[in-house]
Structures are given as structure tokens and as C-alpha cells.
Design a protein around this ligand. Sequence first.
Ligand SMILES: *[C@@H]1O[C@H](CO)[C@@H](O)[C@H](O)[C@H]1NC(C)=O
Ligand SMILES: *[C@@H]1O[C@H](CO)[C@@H](O)[C@H](O)[C@H]1NC(C)=O
Ligand SMILES: *[C@@H]1O[C@H](CO)[C@@H](O)[C@H](O)[C@H]1NC(C)=O
Ligand SMILES: *[C@@H]1O[C@H](CO)[C@@H](O)[C@H](O)[C@H]1NC(C)=O
Length: 600
Amino acid sequence: MRSAFVPPRRPSDLVRYLIPSLLVAAFLFFYTSDIDFFSSRLATGSHPIDSLIRAAEKSFTDTLAKETFTLADAATAYRERRGRHPPPGFDAWHKFAAERNAIVVEDFWDQIYNDLEPFWGLKPARIRKDAWDFEMRISVRNGKATAESDWFWTQIWLHMIRTIEHLLPDMDLALNAMDEPRMVVPWEEMKDLMDLAEETRTMPDARGVISDWAKRPGLGRDVEPDEKTTDKAWEHTRPYWLIARRGCPNSSLTRHARTLRNFTRTPMIASPFSLSHMHHGFVANTTLAADFCNQPDLQALNGIFVEPLSVSATKVLFPMFGGSKLAVNNDILLPAPMYWSAEERFMGTEEDAAIRWEDKLDGVIWRGVATGGKNTAHNWRSFQRHRFVAMNNGSAVSMAEKEGRVENFVLPANGYELRAQENKQLGEWVEQWSDVRFVDLMCDTADGEKEGGCDYAERFFQVGWGMTMAEQFGYKYLPDIDGNSFSGRYLGFLRSTSLPIKATLWREWHDSRLTAWKHFVPMDNRYGDWYGIMEYFLGYEDKGGHDEIAKRIALGGREWAHRVLRREDMQIYVLRLLLEYARVSDDKREQMGWVEDLVE
Ligand SMILES: *[C@@H]1O[C@H](CO)[C@@H](O)[C@H](O)[C@H]1NC(C)=O
Ligand SMILES: *[C@@H]1O[C@H](CO)[C@@H](O)[C@H](O)[C@H]1NC(C)=O
Ligand SMILES: *[C@@H]1O[C@H](CO)[C@@H](O)[C@H](O)[C@H]1NC(C)=O
Ligand SMILES: *[C@@H]1O[C@H](CO)[C@@H](O)[C@H](O)[C@H]1NC(C)=O
């Protein structure tokens, strides 16, 4: 990533380049000189995290103020936010939600509309055919959900959908059985689809609105005999970055950055590309932080872009459901299977999760497998978990400080003003509070054979004992780091009395329900803010910590997760999603809706 930019070719591109380039140049100047971009912090005397927390409180209060309590108010909020009538069945959905004491804030369902909107640009018969003709699917007919596949994810999702099947019209759902998301429609095509979708956004006169669902042929019968299944032309291109980047706007930095193919050397980590989502060195906007379209350096900083376990992608938009996705993927999100099945491995028990803050150890715990994709002697320096583990290894950090030797991370920018770093004691300090280890280095090939041994990883990482969730809940701070895709432990962390510190590139069903710095602590995907976050909470010598604030966010996240991330909330989310999905797949979709509140 030494030079992320290719020279602009046409004069019109110059303008597009000039501004980001100047920003980057300005940043680099301040970053490398000692007058840095954190300086206003000195002037005000308050820590930037204090103002991020204040902003989070306000944003959360504003969100809560939008809560509605009646069906009519919920329908009004729906029309204002979506520009359409609610879907047929909205009254039954609202009753279902109210009976389960759900908090109804229309924004909580934003992800559904981000995911489904482009489908308003496709012909409904094509949506129905492609869903029906996919090898892994769940079908609903006459209020009964079934699946032929016994793949465990399918079975968990089926179990979830069966709890609401009596409220669902006929439909077919194609499911993604892989960890990795599958669809990246090129940005240019997506733009056209969104333009077509926009044209359908109307609110027809209530008297002409239809609220009956169309039936579909019985199980096993072709839903659209006259429609051809779209050829998905599955691609297996690597690096996945080449596929992912086509989902970015044509003016974005990622579309213009050179593609890296050699990951042998230490990647460039301290980067100006984080500027737009940071406030004085700490994450201020988690949506932007996960959006790599203007962060081309991330192609060398996460396994998904370097060497995912599997790649099977398509440019063709069709309704495929999955548990998580990158900012550019077009998959439709369901709550991930492990969240619904709530296995103890991912969640721990309620008793463990409820340990009193005061009874916890004042430090950080992380145990995990070296996932992220297939790591090798040539690419491991670009894997996110390897980076995080090394940054928490006191001897590795000391070597970096004292001998300037680093393999896969960088020491934090001066702007963080870390007292331990000023004393050249960063390694010793980290050693005091951090216990972060791999439990498996995963340097085997797929067939279990070690490819050239594991020496490259064993030189830098010592494997430790595994730890149950119960043991992990004995610590105050729980970092959460992406694996092959999102980390399945996040919900368990949120529901506990410990504080999750989260860096991610992945989107999930619940994103619009959570407020960073109120319910969890966000971290940049480069982890350059990690020590700064920990110094803020733990303090260092005469620099006081903020244990009370850590406790407040930990308990705030737990309480909120118990109100809006319950299994009931997943059911309510999926019911809303599937009603919308059924409507967008219906030939009469533009005339369909629930309008009983508007007619006498
Ligand atoms: C980017 O896309 C827009 C809209 O499709 C188009 O007008 C513009 O020419 C494109 N710019 C470049 C540099 O390709
Ligand atoms: C990658 O780069 C390293 C060092 O920069 C070099 O030794 C190696 O040959 C390169 N690998 C490939 C496959 O080009
Ligand atoms: C984050 O950035 C996006 C894109 O610029 C913006 O729409 C959104 O409102 C921002 N969110 C917050 C919490 O500032
Ligand atoms: C810490 O780093 C050193 C030097 O790279 C390495 O030998 C050691 O195994 C590492 N420890 C752990 C727990 O990974």
C-alpha cells in the first residue's frame, strides 16, 4: 500500500482526486510531525472519548423519543420513513410485537429496507423463480414452513421461521450456507436498480389498495414455469477484494486504488483513511468505519480480502438470505443462526453473564482461533486476529518499542499521548492487563495436512488454553475481533455485564438498534486506538482511569440487549422482513399495503 493512488487519467478525475489527496497529504504532514491532529484535546483538557459518550447519549435519547405505542402511530411513522404504505399483515405484525413488549421505533428496521430496496427494481416473477430454484431454501405454503436441506444453519433458521409461520404468506427463501457473503452487484448496476425502485415508491389512494396475498403452487411444483432461472455465473476470483470493490461508488478511493497481490511484507497500517470516521483518534461513526470504499488500505488488513476460506460470488441480484455481510454485499440479512440457537459456546449461561462488575478482574481477555481465512507463511501479516494478538503480547510490543522490530502491527501515533509509551513501557504496561491468545493457529490446509509446517506462526504466537464464556465473563473488558466473517460471540458479550470493545467490517441485523459508546465501545479496524481506549478506562499511574464509565456502558449494553435483542425481537424482525419480502415478490406489489387506519 505504499502508493494507493494511480495517477488520474482525465481532467474531470482531477477534482475528485484533489480533495482526498490534499486531505491525505495534510494528514500525513501532521501525523508525522509532532503537532498532530489530536491537538485540540490539549486545549480543551477533556478526553475525546468524553465527548463521544455525550454525543452517544444524545443520539440514543433522540432515537428513544421516536418510540410509538399504537398501531396507527406505527403506521404513520412507517409511511414517513419508507414513503410507502405498510405491507399487508402490518396489523398482525404490530399485535405480535406489542404482545411481546417490543420497543417500536421505526428506525430499528432500517436494515430490512437497505437490503430489500433494490428488489423493487427487479421483476417480481424473476425474484420468485430465482428463490424457488435455489438448492438451499425454506418454503412457506399455507402457513407451514419446510426445508429439504438438513444443513444445521438451515435447520436453525427453519426453527426460527416456524415460530411465525402462521402469520406468513406463501414464499421461498434462498439461503447462503457459507460463512462468506455471496452477492456483489456492481455499483453502476445497483444505481440503476435503485433508480427503478425509486420510481415505484408511491402511496396509492387507500381505496384502491389490495391486502390479499397471491398463492403459490404447492411444494415441488415450479412457481414460474414460463420464467428462466437467472444464470448466476458463480465466480471464484481471488483476492476477494477484486470482487468486493466493484460494489463501491465509481468515485471512491477503493475503485481507484491499486490491487495488492503480495502480502509478504508488513502492511501499511497507520493510515489517513480512518480520518473520516474518527474523532481525535477514536471511532465516531461505526457505519463509515465498516465501509471500506474509502479505506483502500483495508485490503491488506483483513483475511476476507486476502484469502477467505471460500469464494463463490455473483454479480446477479437475487433474494439470498444470510447472517452477515460487508458494506457492499447485497445479501438479505437474517439474525445469525448462533444468535437464535443461543448455544452456550457463544453465549454462556445467564448466571455467568450476570457476574457483578466489582467481582471481575480489571483486565482484558480474548481467546480464539486464528481464523479470518486461510493464513499462510506469506499472508499472515495481513490477518486481523494475528494483528490483534501480537498487539497484546507484551514482549512483541517491547521489541517494537526498543528495537523497532515489528511484523504485523504499528505502535500508536504520538497523538494518543500514551503515558506508558512516553516512558517506553508500553510492552510492560500491556502485559499487566491483557491476556490475549490463540487457541489454534489454523495453519493446516483444508485436508488437515500441514503445508510446510506451522513454523512461521509458532515463531510469533504461543497457543494458550481455551476458555469458556463463563471464564471470560470474569474479566471486565472483552474485545471482539472478526473471524472468517462476523464474530458469533458478540450477542453473548452484549448480554453480559462485561464491556465489549468491537472492531468489525460486518453488518448484522441489529446494527441500527445499537449505539456506539452507549452500548459498546467501537474500535477502528486497524486497532491503532486500542491502547488509547484501554488507557482511558484503566488509567496509568497518575492518569486516572474511568472504571465507572466502563461499568455504565457494560451495564447499559446488557440492559438494552435484554430489551431489543431478545429472541422475541428476532422473531419480530424476521416477521417484518418476510412480509416485506413477500410484497416485493408479488406482481401487484405497487398496489399492495395495509391501509385500515386510512379507510372508514
Ligand atoms: C460514475 O458514475 C456516474 C453515474 O453512473 C457517471 O455519470 C460518471 O461518469 C461515472 N464516473 C466515472 C469516473 O466513471
Ligand atoms: C512478494 O514480495 C516478497 C518481498 O517483497 C518477495 O520476496 C516475493 O518473491 C514476492 N512474492 C511473489 C509471489 O511475488
Ligand atoms: C455516519 O455517516 C453516515 C454517512 O456519512 C451518515 O449518514 C450517518 O448519519 C453517520 N452516523 C452518525 C451516527 O453520525
Ligand atoms: C509473544 O511474542 C513473542 C515474540 O514474537 C513470541 O515468542 C511469543 O510466543 C508470543 N506469545 C504469545 C502468547 O503469543
